[in-house]
Design a protein around this ligand. Structure first.
Ligand SMILES: [Fe+2]
Ligand SMILES: [Fe+2]
Length: 140
């Protein structure tokens, strides 16, 4: 599956866009190494990055959306919970030596990209654009 960063994927908040690009880079590195094994450094690094991404990114995103009184915060919280759950399950599967972790991880990230970053996150980006007067950055 060919994937490239698209300007339409930007939510317009530099900190959050950088974090989104980091998860995108994890997906690119997995796609570039389709034969990586479950116990490879690549997969360990990917899971580590995603665990930290989960903490740092979701905390920043949720704090901003709360401050901006985003009306669909629940959709965000539910999506973020699911991400954390799946990543934790894949960490567990890795320590249990399951062979299909790299493929599961790629499929999960592609779906996450399409459904969450290009879906739910784009919805809040549109809300912030409408709500934030030009020249003023959203509260953070
Ligand atoms: Fe989100
Ligand atoms: Fe996000």
């Amino acid at each position: 599956m060919y994937m490239a960063w698209n300007d339409a994927d930007n939510v317009g908040v530099p900190e959050l866009d950088l974090q989104h690009q980091r998860i995108f880079n994890v997906l690119l590195s997995l796609n570039a190494n389709p034969d990586a094994a479950t116990d490879s450094e690549l997969v360990a690094d990917a899971l580590d990055e995603l665990t930290r991404y989960g903490d740092a990114h979701f905390r920043a995103e949720e704090a901003l959306l709360r401050a901006e009184r985003y009306p669909h915060l629940d959709e965000q919280l539910e999506g973020h919970r699911r991400f954390r759950r799946v990543v934790a399950e894949l960490c567990f599967a890795t320590s249990a030596g399951a062979g299909d972790v790299p493929a599961l991880l790629r499929t999960f990230l592609e779906t996450w990209w399409e459904e969450h970053i290009q879906g739910a996150d784009r919805r809040y980006a549109a809300f912030l654009r409408e709500r934030t007067p030009a020249g003023r950055l959203p509260a953070s």
